[in-house]
Design a protein around this ligand. Sequence first.
Ligand code: EPU
Length: 421
Amino acid sequence: MDKIVIKGGNRLTGSVKVGGAKNSSLPILAATLLAPGVSTIKNVPNLRDIGTMLKILSSLGARIKQNDNGEVAVDTSRVNKHIAPYELVSTMRASICVLGPLLARFGKADVSHPGGCVIGLRPIDLHIKGLRKLGARIAIEQGYVLAEAEELHGTDIFLGGPFGSTVLGTANVMMAATLAKGITTIENAACEPEIVDLAEFLNKMGARIRGAGTHMVRIEGVRELKPAEHRIIPDRIEAGTYMIAGAVAGDDVLIEGAVFEHIQALVDKLEEAGVGITKENSAIRIKAPEKLRAVDLTTMPYPGFPSDMQAQMMTLMLAADGISVISERIYPDRFMHVSELLRMGASIIREGARVIVKGGTALSGAPLMASDLRASAALVLAGLIANGETEISRVYHLDRGYERIDEKLSGLGADIHRIRE
Ligand code: EPU
C-alpha cells in the first residue's frame, strides 16, 4: 500500500488545476445506462471511485473506452445484466446510483445494499421511498435491494429525511423519472451543482427536467432517451481543498478551473478567517493572511457549508488564533480525522456532532493513518504545516477522490512524495 511523506513548513506558490467533479461523474456515468448506444463523457477525473463505477458498468455488459484526456465513451447497447454485485458496491457507496437507471430501462435492478461506511450510518430509505412512489416493487433480501417495475408512473414525491435532502437519492429518483409515464415532481430535492450537472446531461439525452438546482424539480417522462455527449463540471471539493492549502501554507496560490459560485459558503468562511480571495476569470487567487482568525461553522446541504469540506476546515482552524466550534449536521459521526490530528498535538474536544478546536498550537509531524477520503485530505493539509515529517499510510482513500494530490501539491512547492509499495 502506498504512503505519502510530507516535510512540513514549505510555503506554497504558483497555480494548480482542478479536475472534473467526482460526484458529478459517478451519477452521470450511471445515467448512460438509460439509453442504448455510445455516450461520451469528458473531463472525467482519473480516480479510484471512477474506476469502480466503470467496473460496475462493464459487469452489466457496457463497453468502455477511456483515454488519457479524461474522455470516457460508454457503449450501453449490449447491457444485458441488471445486477450490481456486493464485491463492487461494498468498495463504493455511490454504486447505488445504477439503481434508478437500471430500473427505468430494464424494469429490474438488483443492487447490493451499500450499508454504512466509516463516516457513519448512510441509509438509502429515501432512494427506496422515491422509487416505490414511482411504482417500483422493492424488497431487501440477502443484502440486496431487489427492484422491479413493469412501468414507472410520474407522481409527487417529498424527498427529505432527518438530515435534509439527499444528493444521490435525488439523482436516483430523477434518473428513474425520466422514463416514467407522466410528470414527477421532487420536492425538497438536493440543489447541489452535481445534481444540476446530471440534469443537464439527462436533458441532452432527451429528458425533460426543469428546476434542477432548486428544491422543486419537475420531470416530464419521455418514451425513450438517446446517448449524449457531456463535459463534467470542475470539482468544487478538490478546489476547496487547494484553497485551504493556500490559506494555511501559501503565499499566493492560484486555483485554476474552479467555479467560484459553487463554493461561496467556503469563500465566506475563509474571508471571515482573514484569507484574501480574488475571483479571476475561471480561477481563484488565495492569499494567506499573516495570522488566521478562528471561525465557527455548521455543515449543511448546498448552498450551505459542505460536509465534504469540514475535515479540511478543521486543519485550517488548527492554524488559526482562537477557539472555533465546528458542527456537523449531515454526518454526525464524520470525525475520523480528529484522533489522527490529536496525534499531531492538536487541541480538539469532540462533543457528539460538535467539535471545539483550539487553534494556534504548532502541530508536530507523525505517522498517520488515512481513514476516509476527506479526513485523509485534512491530514495532508496538516502535514504541510506541521513541524517535521508526516507519513500517511492507506493512501488509497485519497486516491478515491483526489487525482495526483501529491504531484499537484509538489507543483506548488510542497515537500511531498509518494512511496509506492
Ligand atoms: N440520508 C438518509 N436517507 C437516505 C439518504 C441519505 O437519511 O436515503 C441522510 C444521510 O445519512 C445523510 C444525509 O441524508 O445524513 C445526506 O446524505 P446524501 O444522501 O445527500 O449523501 P450521498 O448522496 O450518499 C453525497 C456525496 C458525499 C457527500 C454527501 C453530502 C456522492 C457520490 N457522494 O453522498 O460525498 O458527503 O452527498 O453532501 O455524491 C465524498 O465525496 O467524500 C462524499 C462522501
